[in-house]
Design a protein around this ligand. Structure first.
Ligand code: 3PG
Length: 210
């Protein structure tokens, strides 16, 4: 997949679920509930030992899912997810080594920035679409809004403690292309394997507009 497709991937969904899946048995019903509710672009974080198995399972069995890998911290992990043919990779920040690897990788990377300087360094590397992380602790809507004036060429995907209550304000910003978060898969609901509730929360998230 060409790297230029990252922007088009993010345009497929206004909200990207950021998923931490411990049990492969949960991967398929969870992904199916999200896709059915209208959230096809999924970020499966590499924060659990089963993440790669979950990615494999969803990619092969969930029709309509656009699967990316999250929490990709280094070149080895990027190579691993490229081997799985993931649609995209997400990193909470960026390092020179990761960016060097991304320049050679077939997988488009959404690298994270939390300051103007970090965003400018990524811009120098050609990244006009960046993750803003951690969105709420870093300054939230007003902070991200303030970056739009000096850096209008960058579109952000904010993630980090975004809730249904704050989601619309982020999406109303001119420099936001999509938002990410886990609020549609609360821990308790995931532990209870309550897929109907996931679907309900996801339907509400899918109705949010840019
Ligand atoms: C991330 O990695 O992007 C965040 O941790 C996910 O967002 P959350 O704060 O909604 O879980």
């Amino acid at each position: 997949m060409a790297k230029t497709s990252l922007e088009s991937i993010l345009k497929l969904a206004t909200v990207i679920p950021v998923l931490v899946i411990e049990d492969v048995a949960d991967a398929l019903p969870l992904a199916r509930a999200l896709v059915k509710a209208g959230l096809p672009v999924l970020e499966i974080t590499l924060r659990t030992g089963k993440a790669l198995d979950c990615i494999r399972a969803i990619m092969s069995d969930v029709e309509g899912a656009v699967v990316g890998a999250g929490t990709v911290l280094n070149a080895d992990q990027l190579e691993e997810v490229a081997g799985l043919d993931c649609a995209f990779a997400v990193s909470p920040g960026a390092t020179p080594a990761l960016l060097d690897a991304a320049a050679e990788s077939p997988v488009p990377l959404l690298p994270g920035a939390a300051t103007a300087s970090e965003a400018m360094l990524l811009l120098e590397r050609g990244y006009r679409v960046q993750k803003f992380f951690p969105a709420e602790p870093a300054g939230g809507v007003s902070y991200l809004s303030a970056l739009a004036s000096p850096l209008p060429q960058i579109r952000f995907c904010p993630t980090g403690s975004i809730s249904p209550g704050t989601a619309s304000a982020y999406l109303a910003l001119p420099n936001v292309i999509a938002i990410g978060g886990s609020w549609m898969v609360p821990r308790k609901i995931l532990a209870a394997r309550d897929w109907a509730s996931v679907e309900l929360l996801s339907r509400e998230a899918a109705q949010l507009k840019r």
